[in-house]
Design a protein around this ligand. Structure first.
Ligand code: GRF
Length: 208
């Protein structure tokens, strides 16, 4: 399989983006982040991409009246890079079915909860308010719902009695960096197969 070409959409700090770039640079992943796009001009993710010499685009949603036009601008850029996958890494806008249907490649997302619990915004707050003993993170394919697509991989962390959003988010984030890279590695190896809602990891027995 040739080196995977990845586009990343991010709205903020970009720590997942950075861990993916580093895994590409160090050879852990036979992949390359070829473009980073953001809806936020001030996103640190854009700065991080530029530091690594990766083309970084701020696409301003306000320039467009309709979401579809905004997403068309994103797609027009992404298409230039002939990507194999689009990865969402802290991208805070919900993609419409227009984007998903026209991307022509699978889209993945990382979410800081054990889906299907605590979808959408403020996942850490939701987990703390609910009183769960364990939370974690999920890498999943993106479908037209919010955090509802087929689950590829999850990691579990304990919720401690004295946790606040910050401490829980930090514990989960460490695992996010691990599982997103693991999933991309499986993609590089061609070992992820999606059958309806079920994702199979080839070579991993029943659990895969
Ligand atoms: C992560 O917690 C991710 O799960 C969520 O947004 C956050 C992004 O963090 N979707 P970063 O920008 O990758 O540091």
């Amino acid at each position: 399989m040739s080196r995977l070409r990845l586009a990343v959409l991010a709205s903020g700090r970009g720590s997942n983006l950075q861990s993916i770039i580093e895994a590409c640079e160090s050879g852990v992943l036979d992949a390359r982040v070829v473009a980073v796009l953001s809806d936020k001009e001030e996103a640190k993710a854009l700065e991080k991409a530029s530091l690594y010499g990766i083309p970084a685009y701020w696409v301003n949603p306000r320039r467009h009246g309709k979401k579809e036009d905004y997403e068309k601008e994103l797609l027009d850029i992404i298409r230039k890079y002939d990507v194999d996958y689009v990865l969402l890494a802290g991208y805070m806008k919900v993609l419409s079915s227009f984007f998903i249907e026209n991307a022509d490649v699978p889209i993945l997302n990382i979410h800081p909860s054990l889906l299907p619990s605590f979808q959408g915004l403020n996942a850490h707050r939701q987990a703390l308010d609910y009183g769960v003993r364990y939370s974690g993170c999920t890498v999943h394919f993106v479908d037209s719902g919010v955090d509802t697509g087929p689950i590829i991989m999850q990691a579990v962390v304990p919720v401690e009695q004295d946790d606040d959003e910050e401490s829980l988010a930090a514990r989960i984030l460490k695992e996010e960096h691990v599982i997103y890279v693991k999933v991309i590695r499986l993609l590089c190896e061609g070992r992820i197969k999606c059958e309806g809602r079920k994702v199979k990891i080839i070579g991993e027995g029943d659990n895969g």
